[in-house]
Design a protein around this ligand. Sequence first.
Ligand code: CUA
Length: 167
Amino acid sequence: MHLHKYEKIWLIFGGGALVLFLLILGFGAFYLGTHPQSHGVTIDPENVEANEAFERENLGLTQVDDDRYIVNIVASTFSYDLGDDGEGNAVSHIEIPKGSTVLFQAVTTDVIHGLNIAGTNVNMMVEPGYISSLEVELNQTGEFTLVCNEYCGVGHHMMFATVEVVD
Ligand code: CUA
């Protein structure tokens, strides 16, 4: 078989581009691995309480300044732990004044979960071994549903809470 000179050049170029593409893809996916947007902050998923933010009494909503709040969340199959209300009842609803700046910090103790507050910019992946965090300003009043948007097992659809932004 006779290949024309330009055919050879383009075959080498095409093959080379494919190899280069696969190398870049492989480096990104396997060597760098996956991590949340707020990557870099690690935590032991089997002992999240070792980090002060995720001690049980610090879960849920905490006011840190006039219009600044922190919400610490521990996700696990199949619920979000937002602490308790002081009378032993698990919190599943939080209220935040409109215009507040809120830092959401979340970890998981088992598999990958999602943390999405539908209708807001809060949308994170929560991966074992990492603290996912995102700071937002909540300017729209209403009740928003905090849902898990990463399939995590049979109880995936039961993972939710509500966030109400009040005037
Ligand atoms: Cu947790 Cu889906």
